[in-house]
Each structure stands twice: as C-alpha cells, then as structure tokens.
Design a protein around this ligand. Sequence first.
Ligand code: GDD
Ligand code: MG
Length: 369
Amino acid sequence: MKAVILVGGQGTRLRPLTVGVPKPMVPLANKPFVSYVLEHLRQNGVNEVVFSMGYLPDGIKSYFGDGSDFGIKLTYAVEDHPLGTAGAVKNVEQHIQDGDFLVLNGDILTDLDLRALVEFHRQKGASGTISLTPVDDPTAYGLVRTGAEGEVLGFLEKPSWDQIDTNLINAGTYALKAEVLDMIPAGVEYSFERGVFPRLVGGGLFGFSSDSYWMDIGTPEKYLQAHYDILEKNVRTAVSVCLNEDYVCVEGDVRLEAGAKLVPPVIIGAGSVINSGARVGRMAVIGPGCVVGTGSVVEESVIQADSMLEEDVTVRRSIIARGAQIGPGTVVTAGAVVGEEATVEGNNVLANNIRVYPGTVIKAGTIRF
Ligand code: GDD
Ligand code: MG
C-alpha cells in the first residue's frame, strides 16, 4: 500500500513556530511532527510514501532522505505553486499504481487503525473513503453527512453555524481508488474538499468513523494539547515507550543538579541541564541541549532545543522555540509563544497569547501586565 502525505501548506496559524520551520518539521515531543505520521503508516503496514511539498521543502528532504532510517521508502515532489490538496496528488500520479492508495493531511496526530479503514473501503467497493472524527466545532473543518451504510450524503468544507447538522468532520485521511485521479485536472489548483468530494457524493464515497485519538496541530493551543496528550499517553506513539511507568522520559545524558525536581509527566531531551532548585513538570517537554536555571519553573509547557532559561524564570502553558534565551525573573505564561532565537531579557511578563517573532530582542523590564 502506498500513501501520499500532503505537507504543502504554510502553517500560518502556527506562527511564529512555522516562520523558519515547515509545519511537518516542528518538533513534537522532540521529534519532527511528521515523523509520527510516518511511524503510524509504518506500523499499519504502509512501506512506500510520497511527500507532496511546497513551502520550505529542503529541511524535510535532508532529515528523512530516502526513508531507510525510518523503515519506509520515501519519494518527494515539490510544487512551485500550490496545487491544492487534490492537485497535489494528481501531481504525483506517476508514483501511484492501480488499486487503492492512501492520502493523509500532514498535520494530523492520530492512532487511527488504517488497516480497518482500508478493509471498510474494500468491503464497500468504495471509490473513496474518508475517515471521520467528531469535533465540538465543525466550522474549521469539512463537515461530512453520512447515511445508514456510511455513504456520504454531503460534504461541506468550512460550514457556517446554520449548516451544521452533525459533529462528524473529515479527519484528513482517505483511502482512494486510483480511478479518482481521473477526476482531478492536471497542473491547476484543485481540492478534495471543494472539488473531488462534493462531486463524488452519491458515486461511491463513504465515511468511516472511529473514536481513535485525533488532533490537528493547527494552532499553538493545539500544539500544546498534543504534547499533553502524548505525555499522558492519550495517544499511542513511539514516545509512550520512553515514558516509562513513572511517566518520566529522559533522552540520553541529562544533568540534574541536587535539588532539581522532575514532576511527571515530563520529557527531558539529551544533554539538557536542570539546575538546583529548578522544577520541571508537571506536563513539560524540554528539548535537547537546554538549560533550566536555578529556581526556574516549567509547567504545562514546551521548551524546544538549545533554549536557555536563566534564574527564577517561570514558564507556564507556553511555548519557547529553539535557541531562545529567557532572562532572570521573567514570566512567560498563558499561551505565550517565544520564537526561535529570540531573547527576552529579565523581569518581563509575557502573557495573553503574545507571539514573539524569531530573533526579536525584548529588553529587561519592558513588558509587564
Ligand atoms: N502539497 C500540497 N499542496 N499540500 C497542501 C496544499 C497544496 O497546495 N494545500 C494544503 N496542503 C496540505 C497542508 O500542508 C495540510 O497538511 C493539508 O494539506 C490540509 O491543509 P490545511 O491547510 O491544513 O487544511 P485545513 O486544516 O484548513 O482543513 C483540512 O483538514 C481538516 C482536518 O484537519 C481539510 O481537509 C478539512 O476538510 C479537514 O476537516
Ligand atoms: Mg490543517
């Protein structure tokens, strides 16, 4: 079975984390996000994957190479202008053989049983099967109305409130017959959500609902939530193995000074140093090569690689991107996001979802609430 992973989007809602890093490479519990998608495919018996890319493709290629380190044969296609979700798949048609194949949005964390999806698809003799998941607010998604046998009765991308009559949405994983490619015009922008699926209604399009874990990593809030879910093992990932029975995962050599505290669940990256009197957790992920200074507290937060928290820093429900530096006494809280290699000097208070762009310098004591 082959799969196409769509990773051409710009990830605008995840800025500033995606200013210099494409969304698939943004680290989730210290590994590029899309490596979870690959691992999930591999575990479900998929061994050939095509990455369909647009924005910042080089980092993805150089990290994953031909896929041999990940147990999957990988090929890449880069669009010079966005072709839309279906146009992107049409663009890699030469890699897809007859029969069925999978298409995956590249920004979804899930442990959906892909074998069960494909089995359902074949049993129905479907031309396309869309995985479905329930959400509270379908307006940001593709609403999918289904009948008693799972047949799709309507597909409505980004519905308005008055159009909502189900909580089931397109979960962004499809099993498709190769014939569906014939419905997609070549070389122009065309989408599954507004083109292929609405046209396929009544023509062998089915929905497969499941109660698997499902999360789209679209915003900083969801990025944090995905970390909490990995830390609490609400979703099955390779990280669950490292998080032992104590829910503490220490990746390689870490220096914990006397009096430093780890409060589970917690993940600490290799080569990090936790100074005396610092407390990390509960619900914290520290990247490799970080320093958490004396008396500092990190709670319900993500600190990416090579960041430095000086003394008495507090980070709560917030994200610090790679290589940032936070000065003494500064508080980063309530959904703040500090971009890569930004410097926030001492005695600042960053809160209220503030987003600090990469490389910014905030002088000591300039932001208070
Ligand atoms: N190669 C390529 N080219 N990939 C693209 C393009 C393109 O032109 N446009 C989007 N993508 C990729 C994105 O990188 C992402 O992985 C996926 O296609 C979906 O695009 P998003 O921009 O993330 O769409 P969305 O989140 O608003 O909605 C989609 O996902 C929802 C589930 O999270 C739709 O498929 C909805 O129907 C669905 O409910
Ligand atoms: Mg998305």
